[in-house]
Design a protein around this ligand. Structure first.
Ligand SMILES: C[S@@+](CC[C@H](N)C(=O)[O-])C[C@H]1O[C@@H](n2cnc3c(N)ncnc32)[C@H](O)[C@@H]1O
Length: 202
């Protein structure tokens, strides 16, 4: 697997990140509600793409979701396997998922597409579309902003996206966007989330 700059940056700070943000308690209540509700409506295998230290994977597994966590950072996979031994975690990238076509009932990409340079996003969404079966779900969380723009995220460069722009790329990749969520929590950058369904016949 090629080690891009975000993978190298997270590898260096994986334990620090896991200790600061690798727990459900550190996640916003609104996000728990959205992710829990979304996953509760999915029947079948789910991939937590860019799972980091694995807290969302473990939380959803405990709620009965058939889920595997995947991250390109070996250090995150090792931490996740150690902290959540009941769960399955693998190393991999969203751009080349080692998953059979149309085999997933859903994919969660929670703040894991934020570091991809914008020209890489359509390919990543096409790969997710390949793996998610028609009618299957995709939930994406990201930094929201008025234009596509990079900024100095604490770990490595990230990109903010207008929800409409991200929704258009989802549409191009064969998804139907069903829900759009935007909010700004005090002390945080604006947040966006899109709930989409893999369209049939595209
Ligand atoms: C901000 S963290 C989010 C982690 C976790 N999803 C969460 O919500 O806490 C970004 C994650 O994206 C992962 N990531 C970076 N590039 C990726 C890629 N090409 N494919 C999948 N995940 C990637 C990083 O390794 C890191 O775990």
């Amino acid at each position: 697997m090629s080690a891009d700059s975000s993978v190298l940056a997270y590898a260096e700070r994986a334990l620090e990140y896991a200790d600061a943000l690798g727990s459900i308690a550190a996640m916003a209540q609104e996000d728990r509600e959205l992710i829990g509700r979304w996953a509760g409506e999915i029947d079948g295998p789910v991939l937590d793409v860019g799972c980091g230290p694995g807290h969302w994977t473990a939380w959803l597994h405990a709620r009965g979701v058939d889920i595997v966590g995947l991250d390109p950072v070996r250090e995150f996979v090792e931490i996740a396997l150690d902290r959540h031994q009941e769960c399955d975690f693998r190393q991999g990238t969203v751009e080349a998922l080692d998953v059979a076509s149309a085999s997933l009932a859903g994919a969660l990409a929670w703040y894991s597409l934020i570091h991809l340079e914008p020209p890489r996003i359509p390919g990543a969404l096409m790969e997710l579309a390949r793996c998610i079966r028609p009618g299957g779900g995709l939930l994406i969380g990201f930094f929201e902003g008025p234009v596509v723009a990079p900024f100095g995220h604490k770990v490595t460069t990230a990109y903010a996206w207008p929800v409409a722009e991200f929704a258009r790329l989802l549409d191009d990749a064969g998804f139907l966007v069903e829900e759009v969520h935007v909010r700004t929590d005090t002390g945080h950058r604006p947040h966006g989330a899109l709930v989409a369904v893999r369209a049939s016949g595209s």
